[in-house]
Write a protein that binds this ligand. Structure first.
Ligand SMILES: N[C@@H](CCC(=O)N[C@@H](CS)C(=O)NCC(=O)O)C(=O)O
Length: 200
């Protein structure tokens, strides 16, 4: 299988970290590219032109981190990060969805700041930062679920999103008002899967 990534993409990191958690790195050929330069291979694989993108051994293509992790979790050997059914699965998916919302807002704010000065919208950045500010307390309230998820897909996704805040929004002192979340994060971020995919 071929996995297109960008080294600093937090969405791609989530997929890569899952591959590491499953100790299945030898099954996935990682291809680092710059999605913003529209490489032909990426555009052939996924019409969105975004990373991560997966091309399977059978030759079919899959985009979107949330779909790729579901697929890889099922087909790769190693521990299952997303429980197959029932309340454990919904808990993990809910955490994963909160993380995706956090990441979307954090990433969108960063990209807005990279537009040419005359095209930037301060109002858009404020809107994204409000979404971040609403999501962090929701995660703080879900710390028991994070612990129960035991670095399943939900916990893995939340850790990647929080580390993206540290990476790209280092002015945001999210730990101060979310001590439970900060303690949980400190306990997981040194895992080999996160160290191996650290974008810094
Ligand atoms: N919803 C997508 C988001 C992926 C995404 O936005 N990737 C960025 C890099 S972090 C990208 O490839 N952007 C290129 C573009 O928008 O043209 C996912 O979860 O995989």
């Amino acid at each position: 299988m071929k996995l297109y990534i960008a080294r600093t993409s937090p969405y791609a990191r989530k997929v890569l970290a899952l591959v590491h958690e499953k100790q299945a790195t030898e099954k996935v050929q990682v291809v680092a590219i710059d999605p913003w330069s529209d490489p032909a291979d990426l555009l052939t694989a996924v019409p969105s032109g975004k990373v991560p993108a997966l091309v399977t051994d059978e030759g079919w293509c899959l985009g979107e981190s949330w779909a790729i992790v579901d697929y890889l979790d099922a087909v790769l050997p190693g521990r299952r990060l997303l429980p197959p059914a029932g309340p454990d699965r919904w808990r993990s998916l809910r955490l994963s969805a909160l993380a995706q919302g956090l990441l979307d807002a954090a990433f969108s704010a960063v990209i807005e700041g990279r537009r040419p000065p005359g095209e930037r919208s301060p109002g858009w950045v404020v809107r994204q930062k409000s979404a971040i500010a609403r999501t962090l307390p929701a995660l703080e309230a879900a710390v028991a679920d994070l612990v129960a998820d035991d670095v399943g897909l939900g916990g893995l996704s939340v850790a990647c999103a929080l580390d993206y805040l540290d990476f790209r929004h280092d002015d945001l002192d999210w730990r101060a008002d979310h001590p439970g979340l900060a303690a949980w994060f400190a306990g997981v971020i040194d895992r080999p899967s996160f160290r191996a995919t650290n974008p810094r």
